[in-house]
Design a protein around this ligand. Structure first.
Ligand SMILES: Cc1ncc(COP(=O)(O)O)c(C=O)c1O
Length: 446
């Protein structure tokens, strides 16, 4: 493979001692002080809950000293693995110069130039801290640009936790298009009413919704690879054409796919360039930063120098343009821009996908590793080519949870029923070990 520098192999660790009970004690403390007892809207059952104490390369160690191969990677940002030397050095250097300015700084200006040069649709950028903020502001910018209010999103697509995004991500009544089903209580009816839902990979469904709501449609937002569903040839171009014919914008949510599927993200991988895109996760090398990129004209209402407020898009944040995240992002992009990086990533992920599918079949479990090599989801179902969210209801989630927990217990860090993320730090031995654990987990589930 290539000579791309990756994080060093893990240093010696103390002998694991699961009986020490450190993890159990920490989880008990967390349950007492975290709202709802958990850190997210999902949680792993107590007997497989992990407290991560340290990460290095493609490995993490839990609070009891047990080592894991990490295929969760902080939910995607750690495309270079934990503690990549280039990223760590850039961050350490920045720590001595200052960690937060709220003003322009050389690091974020250079990073902005790099991101704008790399992303096909980007003429301008606005940095924020999280993906949820980025999708929120992208929707606002589309509303400002068009003077319209509605956003079309796809059933099963995830664009973060903000009110306009948390709609039909995982609906209790699937297929109830185009009316959104809020993913949370507490979302105002007005937010829900401004969203309409269509089915991924179904241009007729998009056409029907646009025929009905097109006059008030500001944008279509799409995850170009929706969770683990790849777009069928022509789908994304068809969505772009339908949106534009209705006078609406196309937003790609590339929080997962950006700098992961290819240097130019899903726009390069699938050959469709949107009007706006949101980036996050891998872009900033594991540090908190996301952005909205797109045509300069569409981002122009963000101009803080305007005195004429006739067209104004408000988007400020205390940590916008954070120099530490920018320094980390610059270092990460330097690695990712080297030749051979994406070939290596796809080779690693390709081996994993093929090996997991073969292992499942050997154990008599219909197993699909859906998605792309750099990020995929393991689903237990017969259909090897699901098109849309409702097709994924065939996935045996109970088995997915059991299998994921068996993987966790054997030293593979995954979030059951979610995605496998691949990094440049994963070696051939890591792939071998991962496949062995997956195989043992299948056997344990019998
Ligand atoms: C496609 C997509 N968009 C947006 C988000 C939200 O990003 P964040 O968690 O940084 O708010 C996520 C998070 O996983 C995501 O996968």
């Amino acid at each position: 493979m290539t000579g791309v520098p990756v994080a060093p192999r893990p240093a010696e660790s103390p002998a694991p001692n699961p009986e020490s009970g450190v993890t159990r004690a920490l989880v008990a403390r967390a349950r007492r002080v975290f709202g709802g007892g958990t850190m997210h809207s999902w949680a792993i059952p107590d007997d497989a809950t992990v407290v991560i104490a340290r990460g290095e390369g493609a490995h993490v160690w839990d609070a009891d000293g047990r080592e894991y191969v990490d295929c969760h990677l902080g939910s995607g940002p750690l495309l270079l693995g934990h503690g990549h030397p280039g990223v760590s050095a850039a961050v350490k250097a920045q720590l001595d110069r200052g960690v937060s300015f709220h003003f322009f700084n050389p690091q974020v200006i250079e990073f902005a130039e790099r991101v704008v040069a790399a992303v096909p649709c980007a003429e301008a950028v606005r940095f924020v801290s999280t993906g949820s903020e980025a999708t929120f502001y992208a929707m606002r910018l589309a509303r400002v640009a068009t003077g319209r209010s509605k956003i079309l999103k796809f059933e099963g697509a995830l664009h973060g936790g903000q009110d306009y995004a948390a709609q039909s991500t995982s609906p209790g009544h699937p297929g109830a298009l185009p009316t959104p089903i809020p993913d949370s209580d507490g979302i105002p009816a007005g937010a829900t009413e401004s969203v309409v839902i269509a089915a991924f990979n179904d241009l007729d469904s998009v056409r029907r919704v646009i025929e009905r709501y097109g006059d008030d449609l500001a944008a279509v937002i799409v995850e170009p690879m929706q969770r683990a569903l790849v777009p069928e040839p022509g789908f994304l171009a068809g969505v772009r054409d339908l949106a534009h014919a209705a006078g609406a914008l196309l937003i790609f949510d590339e929080i997962v796919t950006g700098f992961r599927l290819a240097w130019g993200g899903a726009q390069e991988r699938y050959g469709v360039v949107p009007d706006l895109a949101t980036y996050g996760k891998a872009m900033a090398g594991g540090f908190p930063m996301a952005c909205i990129v797109g045509q300069a004209e569409i981002l122009a209402p963000l101009d803080g120098r305007r005195t004429d407020r006739s067209q104004m898009a408000w988007a400020s944040g205390t940590l916008n343009g954070n120099p530490v995240s920018a320094a980390a992002g610059m270092a990460a992009l330097s690695v990712l821009s080297q030749p051979g990086v994406y070939e290596r990533l796809h080779h690693t992920g390709g081996r994993l996908r093929q090996g997991i599918e073969e292992s499942g079949r050997r154990h008599g479990v219909p197993t699909q590793a859906l998605g792309e090599d750099a990020v995929f989801g393991v689903r237990f179902m017969e259909n090897s080519a699901p098109r849309q969210w409702t097709d994924l209801l065939a996935h045996d989630r109970a088995l997915g949870l059991r299998w994921g927990m068996e993987c966790l217990k054997r030293g593979l860090l995954v979030n059951p029923n979610e995605k496998f993320y691949v990094s440049l730090a994963h070696t051939e031995e890591d792939v071998d070990r991962t496949l062995q654990i997956c195989d043992e987990a299948f056997a344990a589930c019998k």
